[in-house]
Design a protein around this ligand. Sequence first.
Ligand code: FES
Ligand SMILES: [Fe+2]
Length: 368
Amino acid sequence: VTEATEIRQQDAATLPWDWYTDPAVQALEVERIFRRSWHYVGHLGQLADAGDLLPGVAGGVPVLVCRDREGALRAFLNVCRHRGALLVEEPCQRASIQCPYHAWTYGLDGALRAAPRSADEPGFDREALGLVPLDVDAWGPFVFVHAGDDPEPLADALGDLPDVVAESGLDVDRLRFHARYRTVIQANWKIAIENYLECYHCAVNHPGLVQVLDERRYVLDVASRRLSQSAPPREEALRGEGPLDAGGTISQGQFHLLFPSFKFNVEPGRPNLSIGPLWPTAPDRCEGFLDYFFGEDVEPAWIEAMLAFDDQVGREDVHLVEAAQRGMANGLLGQGRLLLGSERLIASFQALVREALAGSVDARLVRP
Ligand code: FES
Ligand SMILES: [Fe+2]
């Protein structure tokens, strides 16, 4: 709890609630936070062979990752240089990238190879009309894209997360992809993330979760942009009672947020992982997904139980988050009050948001 003492008491005030409804603030967040971050888009299993194409979203823009003929990973803006159509909407494998609108065709290196009737067009500069390249990199099997200028190296952005995960006993290279679950939430992205960052609401709202994890024994930890919670399973769960059998090689639940919105979750029990991003699509709406991975030998029944457990907790959270959005949009009361013990990860998150927006919304940053 050492960092708690470093958090000044004034941080107990939440961000102004109009930051959760104002389109201008959302536009700034996209520009100054999301477009300056690496974003998880998928895993290497989806990019095993030449011509594998994986569309995604990074920094608010549609992106496309591909495995080229030489075996290298490449990423592009997933937008046709002709009239802006999305090039690829679902993962697929192709010898080239053909736009579905008017059939402009790009190589796996992004160069424009063919554009019907363009030979009749004076001054048509094919060379200048290749796909816009973006930065792509991987941590273990996890693929990240950066859609902004001059990205910091992915390893710097990840910080000590890979070490923390390795020390916990989870080997990310030995996990097998299971499924992706998408989500659309009618709330500002920050409300969804702030809800993720505290288990103060768990006793009241997650009867199943608190049978598995002891919400009073959550350990909170902040290291730069990594905001982490870990929790031991309850004795009953270790005996296999309750919604999830917590017996196995993973002795702790761990829930890491890498700012701004990359979630990395491990439940106690058998080797398991769910990871994924969340991004704003409107001031009061966000979207995201979680990719689930399990150890090779994990029994199907445990996987099924774990997915049902997570789905239940997830639905309970969506209700809370959407109701908070409707409350914060009241226009009469402008701010809330955090508990700097149980909610200090939220205070850290809000400090990172304030820092990112500083200079752009200075007038708004003055606390009442
Ligand atoms: S928009 Fe892609 S070919 Fe016309
Ligand atoms: Fe929750």
